[in-house]
Design a protein around this ligand. Structure first.
Ligand code: ZN
Length: 160
């Protein structure tokens, strides 16, 4: 996905998204929707929330809030259920219209930015492919109902 790398100026600190409306989703609970038409590559927001280090992650039980937890490459996570912004309401789809990037600054903690993967019409629901990587993950415990062609049937990452 190198051709989709972020081209907008990276924020020094994660900012609240201004391009998202939150309302009920036809697929699952609450969803996030495009507040206006978005071009491919448009910045949508940073995934914010409480940070847990890799050690803290290992010491905690996560099942109840797993779909709000965003894992980073250093083993830490961002839990959008605690202090997160509207991006935490972006639901999963196996055919997403958004993509999340981990941004690694030269100093400080990495963060997650979400961009439009393709043009998105105003009012459309936003989706990410969660590709959850779950400790002892049972695919049936995280069913997907996105209804897309090629749905994996689970929110978990595709098996290699
Ligand atoms: Zn699906």
């Amino acid at each position: 996905m190198a051709d989709l790398q972020s081209t907008h100026p990276m924020p020094k600190t994660p900012t609240l998204p201004t391009r998202i409306e939150v309302r009920s989703s036809e697929i699952h609970g609450t969803g996030a929707f495009a507040a206006k038409a978005l071009r491919r590559g448009s910045f949508i927001g940073c995934y914010t929330g409480r940070r847990y280090t890799a050690d803290e992650v290992a010491a905690r039980e996560w099942d109840h809030a797993l779909t709000f937890v965003f894992g980073l490459s250093d083993g830490s996570v961002i839990d959008g259920a605690e202090g997160g912004n509207a991006t935490r309401h972006i639901n999963h789809s196996c055919a997403p219209n958004c993509v999340a990037y981990e941004i690694e600054p030269e100093e400080g903690d990495p963060w997650i930015e979400i961009e439009a993967l393709r043009p998105i019409a105003a009012g459309s629901e936003l989706f990410l492919d969660y590709g959850l990587d779950v400790w002892d993950g049972d695919p049936d415990a995280f069913p997907c109902r996105c209804g897309s062609e090629g749905c994996r049937g689970t929110l978990l990452a595709a098996a290699d």
